[in-house]
Design a protein around this ligand. Structure first.
Ligand SMILES: *Cc1c(COP(=O)(O)O)cnc(C)c1O
Ligand SMILES: [Zn+2]
Length: 417
């Protein structure tokens, strides 16, 4: 990759609560006031819109947007695995009919190297770890962050440690973390318990935390938005709909949209929708009431978003406010039915990703979304991440779930010959 020479430092960290600034050399994720940090870029020192042309042919769909995410990092530190450049699919007729709309697209982040959007944030976070001379990277995870971390760390020659809730990680993801060579530790409890543990460990010297509290993860995940806008030739859709767990992605999307408007990459602001599951919806409650209470016992079959104490809830709130969007929740039944529809259209996704279609159907029904509006749904993870739930659904073996779109395996006698 050809990296143009930029000014030595055009970025720094800024507290999202009190706006205090910190230099890039400071390795901390919270301000002394408790607020989370963002990376901010001083656009007045260079012209990212112009610089973007120079990166058009970079194979990584993350580093293709280098001027917008990390202009000054030197080429020797950059880690890439062909992340990004994912497909934007037009929904098929049966999907349109199911949701009651006519202009729906899926941005399939399950097409990333390890099968989820986490690779975009990881590409930037691991590059930063290399720049800092870190030896060990670590995270708490519902599964996909650990799979991505393990892969990118090993590829970059770093050691990785992952802490996951016992019995709550889909097999595809657990298998990846083990196969890619992470040290894997399990914790009794939820993702939230695991996150509390890694936050305590994060002051260890030589260890670098890779959860989405790390602002470089957010910079990488902004490229989902830049890329989908570029896929649409910088014409904004009316809506962008995404699943919401720890709320890093929702935060990244809001930041990307704000920057795309500031830099005049787009003229119109899409409305951002964060979708949670009924059993894990602390953010929806916060959005409605303005009071944040964690959900001590989060419970949804969509394991990637089974999170009761999302770390980025304030950033995500600002993101929805900025874009005139909203937060909604859907039932596990609606999620798994929507998943069966997405899967049977030939595209496929993991359960959490299907909250998008379930949410869109709900919003079309209640009049929030007009049937003719242009919608982009983010499919966050690959169908193969969680094969067990697919088999169980189609055999109607899930507790409290009706397999409304079951495709059962049949004995050969049923075949007319
Ligand atoms: C991580 C993840 C989410 C949730 O993203 P947040 O940034 O934590 O809100 C949703 N879907 C999948 C497949 C994920 O891996
Ligand atoms: Zn602060």
């Amino acid at each position: 990759m050809k990296v143009r020479k930029f000014l030595p430092e055009v970025s720094n960290f800024e507290c999202t609560v009190c706006s205090r600034n910190f230099p890039l050399s400071s390795v901390q994720f919270r301000c002394s006031c408790g607020g989370l940090l963002d990376v901010v870029h001083d656009w007045s020192l260079y012209s990212p819109k112009y610089e973007l042309n120079a990166f058009k042919n970079v194979t990584s769909g993350v580093w293709r947007y280098k001027p917008l995410i990390y202009p000054e990092i030197a080429e020797k530190f950059i880690v890439m695995r062909g992340e990004g450049r994912t497909s934007l699919y037009e929904a098929t007729d049966n999907v349109h009919t199911y949701a009651g709309c006519s202009d729906l697209y899926f941005k399939h982040e399950g097409e990333n190297p390890t099968g989820s959007f986490k690779d975009r944030g990881m590409a930037v976070g691991i590059s930063e770890a290399k720049r800092l001379g870190i030896e060990t990277v670590f995270c708490a995870s519902t599964g996909n962050t650990s799979a991505s971390l393990a892969s990118y760390a090993s590829y970059a020659g770093l050691k990785s440690i992952v802490i996951i809730p016992e019995g709550k990680v889909a097999y595809g993801k657990l298998a990846q973390a083990m196969a890619y060579g992470a040290e894997v530790y399990t914790v009794k409890g939820t993702f939230d318990t695991s996150l509390q543990i890694v936050l305590k460990l994060s002051t260890r010297e030589g260890w670098y935390l890779m959860n989405s509290i790390n602002p470089w993860r957010i910079e990488g995940q902004k490229t989902i938005i830049f890329e989908l806008l570029e896929n649409l030739e910088w014409h904004s859709p009316d809506w962008i709909v995404t699943p919401a767990g720890n709320l890093g992605n929702t935060s990244a999307f809001g930041k990307a949209l704000k920057e795309a408007i500031e830099l005049e990459l787009i003229n119109d602001l899409p409305k951002l929708v964060a979708v949670q599951a009924n059993g894990a919806k602390p953010f929806v409650e916060y959005w409605k009431t303005g009071v944040f209470n964690q959900e001590p016992n989060p419970q949804t079959l969509a394991s990637a978003i089974n999170i009761g104490n999302p770390v980025s809830y304030q950033k995500a709130f600002s993101a929805l406010q900025y874009s005139n969007g909203l937060a909604i929740n859907v039932s596990d039944q609606a999620i798994l039915d929507a998943k069966a529809i997405i899967d049977s259209s030939g595209i496929g996704c993991e359960p959490a990703s299907a909250t998008t279609l379930a949410g869109i159907k709900k919003m079309v029904e209640d009049g929030t979304i007009l049937p003719s509006e242009k919608i982009v749904a983010i499919l966050t993870g690959n169908l193969l991440k969680d094969p067990q739930i697919i088999i169980d659904y189609h055999q109607n073996q899930l507790n409290n779930i009706e397999a409304n779109f079951a495709n059962e395996i049949q004995p050969i006698e049923n075949l007319e010959m």
